[in-house]
Design a protein around this ligand. Structure first.
Ligand code: CP3
Length: 342
């Protein structure tokens, strides 16, 4: 085991004391970075993901250029759909597209988690290339999507405001939905174990569409599968659970045993603390604040870190950074957190 020089994130996940608050942000690798946008002209999205040298170069960009305290592997949550045998494309300006969405029993039965290690075999050389490129400066975060969020894309076939087709599928065919969620869960655990074997230091699970469910449907379609993943992974590396819009489930997400809980910007820090006691919390600046003005970025970031305080807290945005974010504002966000002392 090599020691990581800046291990603020890992110490916070273990609830140890730190000199200052660690900071990284969701979707930090790509999109708003000028050097990433240049690479996009030459390679398609999944070419960038499957090429270990390119993926490593993109993963370390925000560490070198923005100064974040952790790297997150450059990939996408939709690789799990590919592992199960579904064709996924990411189209410029459109996002993920699945030409043949999963809607029938036959389609669900055909999906096979047993091919995961083979389809995603590039994750091993990529993770190792990233670890080499990081030179033990900061920890590396691995990730996957939650089974529910994956189901949303696999059934809907594309991004959506309400994922009505995906939800309708769950209400019409709850047994089939459970089968699909089981298969996604199995593939996700295999994939996370590959990332851990290759050296990631912690895992974040993105339940980006968890907030579309009612609390009782969340208990049916999301929570049990997250729980299964946490139980398999948390004994190996700390798990961060981020459920966008999922504030209503915070206590139940905490009960999975995950090391930390991600928050979006619709919850007051004091309320999240009241709901979770001494849990490690992560979040939660509205990513639109980073569109400017710069002075407001600084003020809002200071208000956020003051309200959460140093200890048991990881500074982040409340969702992914937006592509149109000015580079300097991303940097101001990170530097404001790094300079903050109670
Ligand atoms: O954090 C990081 O920067 C690491 C890489 C990462 C990507 N996607 C790269 C990416 C991570 C962690 C993700 C997760 C992801 N992907 C989520 C969960 C987080 C969230 O935002 O809720 C979701 C829902 C997806 C699905 C997805 N992938 C969408 C909706 C899109 C299109 C919109 C967009 O531009 O992000 C993607 C494509 C994608 N994934 C891009 C990147 C950098 C942009 C495509 C490109 O650059 O060509």
């Amino acid at each position: 085991m090599n020691l990581i020089k800046n291990d603020l994130l890992l110490r916070t996940l273990r609830k140890e004391k730190t000199e200052r608050i660690p900071v990284w942000f969701m979707r930090q690798a790509g999109r708003y970075l000028p050097d990433y946008i240049k690479l996009r002209e030459k390679y398609s999205f999944f070419e960038r993901v499957r090429n270990p040298q390119l993926a490593a170069e993109i993963t370390v960009m925000p560490v070198k250029q923005v100064g974040v305290d952790a790297a997150i592997l450059f990939s996408d949550i939709l690789v799990i759909a590919q592992a199960l045998g579904v064709d996924v494309e990411i189209l410029e300006g459109k996002g993920p597209v699945i030409a043949d969405p999963i809607r029938t029993k036959e389609q669900v039965e055909k999906l096979d988690p047993a091919n995961t290690a083979e389809v995603l075999s590039y994750a091993l050389p990529t993770t190792k290339a990233v670890k080499d490129a990081l030179e033990n400066e900061v920890p590396l975060i691995g990730f996957c999507g939650s089974p529910w969020t994956l189901l949303c894309y696999m059934v809907e076939g594309k991004g959506s405001k309400d994922f009505a087709k995906a939800k309708q599928f769950c209400y019409q065919h709850p047994d089939l939905a459970a089968k699909l969620l089981d298969k996604i869960t199995e593939a996700s655990i295999i994939y996370l174990n590959m990332q851990i074997q290759a050296g990631v230091d912690t895992i974040q699970i993105f339940d980006s569409w968890g907030g579309l469910l009612s609390p009782s449907d969340y208990r049916k379609f999301s929570l049990p599968y997250l729980d299964k993943i946490v139980k398999a992974i948390q004994p190996k590396v700390p798990v961060i659970l981020f459920a966008k819009g999922g504030w209503f489930a915070l206590a139940e997400l905490q009960a999975t045993g995950a090391s930390a809980l991600g928050l979006d910007w619709t919850i007051e820090p004091s309320v999240a603390k009241k709901m979770t006691g001494s849990a490690v919390l992560q979040g939660n600046l509205d990513p639109i604040v980073l569109l400017g003005p710069a002075k407001n970025v600084e003020q809002e970031t200071i208000t956020m870190v003051k309200n959460f305080g140093v200890g048991n807290y990881i500074a982040n945005l409340g969702h992914g950074v937006l592509p149109q974010t000015p580079f300097d504002n991303a940097k101001t966000f990170v530097e404001t957190v790094k300079n903050f002392r109670m």
